[in-house]
Design a binder for this molecule. Sequence first.
Ligand SMILES: [Zn+2]
Ligand SMILES: [Zn+2]
Ligand SMILES: [Zn+2]
Length: 450
Amino acid sequence: MKRLNSPDFDRWAAQIRRTGGCRQPIHLRGRVRHLDQATGQTLHTYTTANEPDGLLRVPCKTRRASRCPACAEIYRADTYHLVRAGLVGGKGVPWSVSAHPATFVTLTAPSFGLVHTRHVKNGKVQPCHARRDAETCPHERVMSCTVRHSDEDKRLGEPLCPDCYDYTGSVLFNAVAPELWRRFTLALRRYLAKAAGLTVKALGDHLVVSFAKVAEYQRRGVVHFHAVVRLDGPDGPAGTPPSWATADLLADAVRHAAHAVTVSVPAAGDRSAVVFRWGAQLDVRPITLHGELTDQAVAGYIAKYATKAAECTGTLDRRIKPTDDLSALDLRDHPRRLIAECLRLGATEELGELRLTQWAHMLGFRGHFSTKSRRYSTTLGELRAVRADHMRGPDITTGRLPLFEEDTVLVVAHWEYAGQGLSLGEQVIAASLAPPPRTATTAAHGAARE
Ligand SMILES: [Zn+2]
Ligand SMILES: [Zn+2]
Ligand SMILES: [Zn+2]
């Protein structure tokens, strides 16, 4: 009520509207001065001292939909445009890039034990694991499940026998997955070089391999990767790849590299050495402008996963301390056991560099969710700058910001962080002010077949 009745409510409301429905805006305190570079004359000043509470509220810009749907939606849309520009051009990427060989690759994790799954065949949900001669495990559990699980079933992704399930393998796989990916990209380049009779070093004079990838948590709590892999000329997207660099060669290279690479974790204590490799399910499909798998479908698919993280598997959206009482956390048994395994292994010296304790809430995975090689496409930063320019337009035309030549003006800014979020009452007002989170204009393009 105090907020609603305060004389600067309109200004506060304008700030909130500009955050675009952000659920947890960041509060900044500070000032900006625009100076004429030649004369040192102050052209314009802005200070938060005159703002409501002396604060400016700006969007949190999180990637995670679980934290802030509005900001995550912007991130998703930007990721979509970034991935799509790398396939068809635009946003500074030449249109000719659409003629370069490009493939959509899904690299999966191996099995760590039978889990409840949902398969749909001809529109009908199939029984989970119906086995007439199912084995009984050492824990007296029959390794069979005839339930036709609904999409909402909490058991999906959970093991048929948690005591047989390889929790150690599951979290260690997540921990080494980024390295497995790195080795995959190296093996891919080696294969291409060999096919062309070149050394790996000389390959760069002929072509560049570009990629954009995203990590997806499967319900069982392991990551797998979806990636666009594209071949360019030596100068990146603007260059034509050599004629021998065909889509078929790229597909062969992907298959070869996916099967060839391993990462080993040496034995320690009661744990024996393990060699990790990608799961047997490998999907390699060419991306075409009009075929079964289009640029739009691929971009939509990658962008969708870019805003999701491990919380989809029922873990927590925050770090867990080794001193936290896991049994007191509101979790299902499966994610709890995965987290406990991260903490147990994280305490062993030999696995220190995997930093499993710090990444327990991510079930061991500490990589980035969406990454791209340097020359794949435009960057999220550039897309944001374009949007900031666009947002500044109204400020200039309504006189809030003066219109200056960029290169004649010196901008001196000083900002400090002054908190984050909205009070409960403010949340209610904000919800009535802000436009509903942008509807996914790009979601209409659909996602690739799953
Ligand atoms: Zn936000
Ligand atoms: Zn089942
Ligand atoms: Zn068992």
